[in-house]
Design a protein around this ligand. Sequence first.
Ligand code: MN
Length: 401
Amino acid sequence: MKIGILSDTHIGYPRFYEDSIRQADEAFKKACDESDLVLVAGDIFDTKTPKFEIIASAMEIFAYGKKVNWKGKGIITERLPVVAIHGTHDRRSKGMVNPVELLERAGLITNASDKVVVFEKKSEDGSIEKVAIHGVGGTTEDSIRETLGKLDFKPIAGAYNILMLHQTIKEVIPMAEGISLEELPSGFDLYLCGHIHKRIVIEKNGKKLLIPGSTVITQLKKEEEEPRAYVILDTKTNELTFKDIDSRKFCYSEIEFKDADLNEVIDAIKRKIDELIKNGESINQPIVRIVVTGTLKQGVKRENLSLQDIYKEYEESCILQIDNELGEQGLKEKLESLRKMYEQKLSVREIGVQSIKKRLENTEANGLDVEFLMAALQDDENIDHVLSELAKRKAAESEKG
Ligand SMILES: [Mn+2]
């Protein structure tokens, strides 16, 4: 079977409203045209209660799925082979109707949030191929394990099994709260996850994870520079092919300065923008984000960097965002702020000592040297040392008494 996959269309995303609709439209329609079954891994909408205008746009897009001749492609299952889950943006609490359920009730999608749906395709030679989608609607990071435990999904024998979810995956974003591939139930042919807006395929301990990425740019992060895409999965070969859509181009660049004056900064920003937008005239203005970092000449203030003229100059040629992260501190100012920090730290420490004393009042450790405790507890490996030290002191005290 050919399966068309997309995610995080964020229809109605306010900053790039038109893009969110047009790019979702292209990705969804092409995915329908090129496959026997389409999967959407959550965050179809940007908010949980979108305006009617946004819902109407989404309905127009998904109405295309009803016009496709799925039967002609060999699909023998009665339900619509456009399968979606809700994400974290279009999730509402239990008992309330979320906008993905609206699409379901309008007959425009098959909602696989927290359930399994199976599709069958009959080939020309009469053989039947089965694909099972095990859907997990987007949920909070602290409840996903419980949800997975309750659902207790197991691969169906004789089928190509896909676990579709919408969570942070630790292997992809290690710093964040999330769930690791290892914790996901095993034995699925593909783990499909929305939520992360960058495209990724990784394979670890026999688990193949696909993150299709969003169809619209939302965060203006460096990692979003790749074109937006949908994916075609061939279940026979297990091959995944990213198909770029005609998405608005996005360029990100950081420029670092050292003791620069304002003209230098302005010239460098302009040169960088020219360089970024020169390749390829597009009908769509590209999105350009420039982050300026580093230091300015002594006496030059970062607030005096006026970007208005640059914004005006490039108004026609790109959607521009410049982030001024320049520091203005000379050595003297830096020392001064360090001194202030130190001063504050000292007082915070004193407050800490008071509050620890209070907390120990009703424990065995009452009356012990809090200063000693504070010093010893700097390192968590010292806890055992502190406990043994406390025991010694107690013993010494009771001998005295
Ligand atoms: Mn998203």
